[in-house]
Design a protein around this ligand. Structure first.
Ligand SMILES: Nc1ncnc2c1ncn2[C@@H]1O[C@H](COP(=O)(O)OP(=O)(O)OP(=O)(O)O)[C@@H](O)[C@H]1O
Ligand SMILES: [Mg+2]
Length: 487
């Protein structure tokens, strides 16, 4: 393990010498500075984990040094030392973000524990920071692939909105076009990035629970309300609330949401007072909301409020220039994920991908590449393992039942529309595994919508949930999309 670095700042040579000895004894690497200027120089050049800083220095006070360190963005844990602690100094030091304040003569035993703790806390914070920026990298614009004119224009607009004060944003587009992705990109590129990103799917939660979910409830508000519950608006305070499938929100909740958006206040169910909240709401819909308004399913006033800033993500078939860059991006992704080394795609694969209509948009393309990557043993991705719909083949090994490709030429159950082309391998198979795979596929095909997935399998939503639980399934796309999720 790397040795922790301690910077000792004291004008007394003897103090520096004895602290250096102790540091060595406890396994810390140390640096010395006799005054403030030298301390600031060393802190910048050496990025120590811990700084032991005397309050009384010849050239400036330790408090001033601390202030300059913090202004310069220094991240080390600063422990202030003094022989005669003044309350005002202690308060100032702690206010400025000192880690601790200790009095001389120093008790080395205690000091070593404090230094150790400070170093740990610092390492942990650095780790959290880097994980956070990694998160941001993963969910930021770097992950939004788009080279077509439509997408580059759109991303320019998205960046502008992210940096703006806009408090409501509407994202529309067909299923699988990237609404979730853009919503996250907006959040992580905004000033709200260090505050929560909370997502909830309005169609996934029964209406009677949705209100409490969004606005919270007081203790005893209704029979099951044993304890106070914070609503997602409160949880997301300072951050972003992503309301997915907003078109599914009940009329009552549409009215309540409008009030929150207009006044930026929420009231818990059973509550008597309003809470001020500062939340950016990003709503998404894959239904044509304007039409829903015309047909009377969606409140016009709410629609106008949401649509002040509105983003429409075009379907993939209208921006074909994005298909191959996206495919390359997913190929890369699955190479890493599956530890494969597929170098690229054959000409034929490229042609098929380009010609396809992609009704399921980017998600469908991603799934097609995933499946092909799982099965490909060659160094180039061949059309062999692309789904039927893409390859247009009816005899290739590509079937819609991705986990169980039927052998070439096999078209079992081909006559029935209700059964996918499955066949049992010679070695036999497991009904459980097939059920598992089918549930997964249905969820995927339904874009994570449980109602739709249940319908695809002709079972009740409860039955589907039971099976999801049994197979440990959450959301089909990735590991992080379960709603409501806090990032
Ligand atoms: N431009 C893009 N670049 C990279 N990946 C993308 C892009 N657009 C979408 N994806 C990926 O495609 C998948 C589907 O995208 P997403 O979940 O954002 O779609 P959606 O519009 O929210 O769909 P739905 O309406 O079904 O909820 C995700 O895995 C997402 O990361
Ligand atoms: Mg979505």
């Amino acid at each position: 393990m790397l040795k922790r670095k301690v910077l000792i700042v004291d004008d007394e040579k003897l103090v520096r010498w004895s602290l250096t000895q102790k540091c060595a004894e406890y396994g810390f690497q140390s640096l010395e500075a006799p005054g403030g200027e030298e301390a600031l120089r060393l802190a910048a050049a050496e990025t120590p984990d811990v700084i032991l800083l005397d309050v009384h220095l010849p050239d400036q006070s330790g408090i001033e040094v601390l202030e300059k360190l913090k202004q310069a963005g220094d991240t080390s844990a600063v422990i202030m030392m003094t022989a005669d602690p003044q309350l005002e100094e202690v308060k100032a030091a702690l206010r400025l973000g000192a880690y601790d304040f200790i009095t001389k003569p120093l008790n080395f035993e205690e000091l070593s524990v404090t230094v150790q703790n400070a170093a740990e806390a610092n390492a942990l914070r650095t780790e959290v920071e880097s994980l956070r920026s990694e998160m941001r990298r993963r969910t930021g614009y770097h992950d939004v692939v788009g080279v077509s004119r439509k997408m580059t224009e759109l991303m320019k607009f998205v960046r502008k909105i992210a940096a703006s004060e806009a408090s409501t944003i509407l994202i529309q587009g067909e299923s699988g076009t990237g609404k979730d992705l853009i919503a996250k990109a907006i959040h992580y590129d905004s000033a709200r990035t260090d505050r929560p990103f909370v997502a909830i799917n309005c169609s996934a939660i029964p209406e009677n629970l949705m209100e409490a979910e969004l606005f919270g409830h007081e203790r005893g508000a209704f029979t099951d309300a044993k304890a106070l519950k914070k609503g997602l608006f409160e949880v997301a305070d300072g951050g972003t609330l992503f309301l997915d499938e907003i078109g599914e929100l009940s009329p009552l909740l549409q009215a309540k949401l409008l009030r929150v958006l207009e006044d930026q206040v929420v009231r818990r169910v059973g509550g008597v007072r309003d809470f001020q909240v500062n939340v950016r709401v990003i709503a998404a819909s894959n239904r044509d909301l304007e039409r829903a308004v015309r047909e009377g399913h969606f409140r016009q006033d709410l629609y106008y409020r949401l649509a002040i800033i509105s983003i429409f993500i075009p379907p993939l078939r209208d921006r074909k220039d994005d298909i191959l860059p996206l495919a390359d991006f997913f190929l890369d992704h699955y190479n890493r994920k599956f530890r494969k080394s597929v170098r690229g795609m054959t000409e034929e694969t490229r042609r098929l991908l380009l010609e396809n209509e992609w009704p399921g948009n980017v998600r469908e393309l991603k799934n097609a590449i995933e499946r092909a990557m799982i099965l490909e043993e060659d160094s180039l991705l061949r059309p062999n393992y692309l789904p039927h719909a893409v390859s247009g083949s009816h005899t290739g090994p590509g079937t819609s039942a991705s986990a169980f490709p039927a052998p070439a030429g096999e078209t079992s159950f081909a006559g029935s529309r209700r059964l996918p082309a499955l066949s049992i391998p010679d070695g036999g198979t497991s009904l459980q595994d097939i059920e598992h795979a089918l549930v997964e596929m249905a969820l995927r095909q339904a874009g994570g919508n449980q109602m739709r997935a249940a319908k695809l399998l002709d079972i009740s939503r409860d039955a589907l949930r039971y099976k999801m639980k049994k197979f440990g399934l959450t959301h089909p796309d990735d590991d992080e999309q379960a709603a409501p999720a806090t990032a």
